[in-house]
Structures are given as C-alpha cells and as structure tokens.
Ligand binder design. Structure first.
Ligand SMILES: Nc1ncnc2[nH]cnc12
Ligand SMILES: [Zn+2]
Length: 322
C-alpha cells in the first residue's frame, strides 16, 4: 500500500488529466458531439497517433479561463487528497490560441486553479509550457519566446511533446536556447515512441536536466550509463507506457533496471484517465507490481522534488515536508 506515502509529480498534461465525466459535462456545455471519443464512460483511441487526436478533441472542450481554472483545481485537489505535495502540469498556450481565448487567458485560468488548490490543500503547483513537436520548429520558437517573457509566475519550464517520430531535437535547439537563457527548466519527451537514439538526440542537442519518459534508453547500455553518470532525471510513466504498448506489460517495463543502473527516476501519470491510471495508481504499481520498497519509492519522490523546476526556498520547504 502506498496511500500513506507522500507523493510528487513532474509530468502530467493538464488536458490529459480531464476525466471522461468532466469532458461529457463540457461537451454538453458547448453542444459538442463526443460519441466518437468517449464510449461507455472511457476515452476511445487505438494507437499513439489516434491518442493524440483524441487528446486534442478533449482539449477542444475547454474553452474559457474558468474551464481551465476548474480543470487545474480539480486535478490538483485530487492529487493532494492522495498525499501529493507537488505537481508540475504540462500546459500548451498554443491551445489557448486555437480555442480563441489566447495564451494569456489560458495561463491565467490555469494559474487561478493552481492557486485555488493550494489555498484549499497546500499542494504546490507549477506549469511547464510545452512545444508541440509535430507543429514544427517555427511554431516552437514562437512559443519559446512567449514562455521566455515569463509573465506568469507559475511557469517555470519548457518541454517538447507530441509526435516524437517527427523532426530531430536539433530542429528545436534554438527554442530551447531561448528558454534556457530566460532561466526556465528544460525537459524533452524522448525514448517513448522512438528508441534510445531519440534520448541521445535530446541530450546531445539540448542537455535538459530531465527527460520526459526516457525509458527506451534501456535499448542502449552506454546511454543508460550516461544518464546515470550525468544525473539526468527520468520522468517515467509506466501506466502510460503499458497502455500505449511501448512495453507489453509491467513485468517487461524497464523501471527496475533503470533504477538498478543508478538512473534517477520519478513516478508520473502522463494523461491519467486516457491510460486508466492516476498518480496514486502509479505509486501502487511501483510498490505492488514492480516490488519497490517504501524507501525506494520515497527516494523517487525525493528525486522529483530535487529535480523540480522551483526556486530553492520552495524546494527546501518541499523536501522538509517529505
Ligand atoms: N504521452 C505523450 N507523449 C507525447 N506527447 C503527448 N501529449 C500528451 N501526452 C503525450
Ligand atoms: Zn507526456
């Protein structure tokens, strides 16, 4: 059982945290037919490309600052009830533009939700702006320039998500340079839908302190050693990986092997209801299915706080709370 353990999360896409029941409420509110993406109370998708389309369709159901405030508040409150002290949500200001409210209103809504959850439960939250790989490097640079203005205090990092099999990380190096110069923390989705070379690509061209997923580094022993030696933190999401068939089952998942090799690993939910998981369940899987001890799991939570994109005073306070 892990209910008694404190928890921290570095990797959850906020639109991907919307439960189907909430998506249905939003669909009714905006008179949208969601029969193609929700069946019997669950999201419907067949493979990664289809998942991304389903994700975008769900994101389209959140259209106002208030919608985003409620989504963030509901998600973080649920995390806090499960003993979570810290959460970084991955956000996409490009989406604010797509739905017409603009990036600022989108981030204002999410910030309000984070603050409301903190006021109620004490959970600390931050936002990581993501570039969308399949939208290409030009759009990415625009988004990075926007992130670099740092107008929203809770934005502390930059990520690259989307279709990993498109483009090379070098194409996004300028966007990451802009973010690094602005003092944002850097992380990149790699080693999820593409192999070890993709993780190497991210490390060589951007040198992020964290890799989102990174689990397919296991295909290359030298790379695993490099990750361990350089102290790169892996935001692993086992439930997501099994759901997307990156690995056929938890017994084949490399979390244990990466941990044993000395890699700094953390537990995350990615897009919880899409993958029939939650942060609490990821902790349970690590404990009950993968056999990690409470001490080992607490070590992962500590790693998450050590690698969090927060100011040092907040980090010290969070570490003391563990
Ligand atoms: N697991 C994932 N990988 C890449 N991009 C994503 N966007 C939302 N979830 C994602
Ligand atoms: Zn992700």
């Amino acid at each position: 059982m892990t209910a008694h353990l404190k928890k921290a999360e570095l990797h959850c896409h906020i639109e991907g945290a919307a439960p189907p029941a909430l998506a249905l409420v939003q669909a009714r509110k905006y008179n949208v037919d969601v029969s193609g993406i929700i069946e019997d109370g669950a999201y419907v998708w067949a493979d990664f490309s289809h998942f991304l389309k389903c994700y975008d369709a769900v994101a389209e159901l959140f259209r106002s600052e208030e919608d985003y405030a409620l989504l963030a508040e509901a998600y973080l409150t649920e995390l806090a009830l499960a003993g979570t002290v810290y959460s970084e949500i991955i956000v996409s200001p490009d989406h604010g533009n797509t739905i017409g409210i603009g990036s600022d209103a989108y981030l204002r809504g999410l910030s309000a939700g984070i603050e409301a959850a903190k006021a109620k439960t004490g959970i600390e939250g931050r936002m990581i702006i993501t570039l969308i790989r399949h939208m290409g490097p030009e759009a990415a640079e625009r988004t990075a320039l926007y992130a670099a203005k740092r107008q929203h205090g809770l934005v502390t990092g930059l990520n690259l998500a989307g279709e990993e099999r498109m483009h090379n990380v070098a194409d996004f190096a300028r966007a990451f340079d802009i973010a690094r110069d602005a003092g944002l923390g850097l992380t990149i989705h790699a080693g999820e839908m593409a192999g070890a070379f993709s993780v190497r690509d991210a490390l060589d061209h951007v040198r992020p302190s964290r890799i989102s997923h990174g689990v397919r580094a296991i295909e290359d022993a030298d790379l695993v050693k490099r990750i361990a030696d350089e102290g790169v933190v892996l935001e692993t999401c086992p439930g997501s990986n099994v759901s997307l068939q990156v690995f056929p089952d938890f017994a084949s998942h490399p979390l244990r092997a990466l941990h044993q090799a000395g890699c700094r690993v953390t537990l995350n939910s990615d897009d919880p209801p899409f993958f029939h998981t939650s942060l609490q369940q990821e902790y349970e899987i690590a404990s009950q299915v993968m056999g990690f001890s409470d001490d080992e799991i607490n070590g992962m939570t500590r790693t998450a706080i050590e690698a969090a994109f927060v100011d040092e005073a907040t980090r010290r306070r969070l570490l003391a709370a563990l």
